[in-house]
Design a protein around this ligand. Sequence first.
Ligand SMILES: [Fe+2]
Ligand SMILES: [Fe+2]
Length: 378
Amino acid sequence: MMHAGGEVPSITDEAIDAVIAAGRTERQAVVRAIESTTDVAFTWDYERNRAPLAKLYEKAKHSQWNGTHDLPWSIDVDQERVARELDGGGASRRFTALAQMDGSPLRHWGEREWTRFAVESQNSMLSQFLHGEQGALVCTAQIVETVPWIDAKYYAATQVMDEARHVEVFARYLDEKLSGHYPINPHLQALLDDIIGDTRWDITYLGMQVMVEGLALAVFGAIHHMTEEPLLKKLLRYVMGDEARHVAFGVLGLQEYYTELSASEIRDRQEFALEAAVRLRRRWFQPDVWERLDVDPRPVVKLLLESPPPAEQVFGAMLFSKIVPNCRKLGLLDAGDGWLRQRFTELGVIQFENAVDTGEDYGTFDEVAKDRAGAQTR
Ligand SMILES: [Fe+2]
Ligand SMILES: [Fe+2]
């Protein structure tokens, strides 16, 4: 949020309507077709000359799991309890403060309304995870086609399987344990469209593996920490084990490629990274959640725009805790007179540049290997 120095801009009705229109998902056809003109690359060089990618591929083959058998689907889930644990993804706290403000449509809300809100927020959030996972599935299939290195094609093929499994388990959790699907958020859809429609193979990596997956890893980690629900906890633990490898794959692949690009090509990547980060951070006005609760979203959005909420900053912190260090590792922070470093400094997130680097921590996330080792010693 750009409210440095405590200055609060005056918010016009047009601005509020624009935010709501941008955040509302129109009813869409079941199938969405995106035009893509990527170059498909065969390689006749079968040399295994990228050892870190080869190691990651071995790890991925070893750590496959089966969403049908490895998760305890028979557990009964108390959705209201989970929603309270997650506090609507951190949303309720931010809106509780809003309820005290003059003109707030939430002023008379009681326990029942807040619980309904938490449940709908949870449905909405998990639905976005599901759609993001499908984005990852499609992107990774595209990477198999476009990446010119055999080690990367091998590895990306394992990730296609991983992402299919993630879509499968999130869809099943939503269907069997929660109470409603939400359509994809338009900001997430726009980002996926940009990533998939881009002709440059490294942009698929940068957008999906580094930005979207980096955010997913941070958010899954936070939810895993907050919830005690054993099925969701194990599901997230297993998904995170895979996601950590996926981010590592993005960083390993791009580190090599970005040493070969010109200054203006690098600037394009810096701009893409910044735009993607700002887009990912912007997507939580949730007008469709308010509408499902029969609340007019306009006064809520107005109050939100006028008072930068703490929960959004926490969310921003999660978003950037993986993205900034990975951009540093790719050399994007300081390339071209530090253009991206300057932008991240203005956003107030540069302090994350030395946060734990996911490219190195994928081994510590390998829950499948840990569980197998535990089963053997028992
Ligand atoms: Fe995934
Ligand atoms: Fe992934």
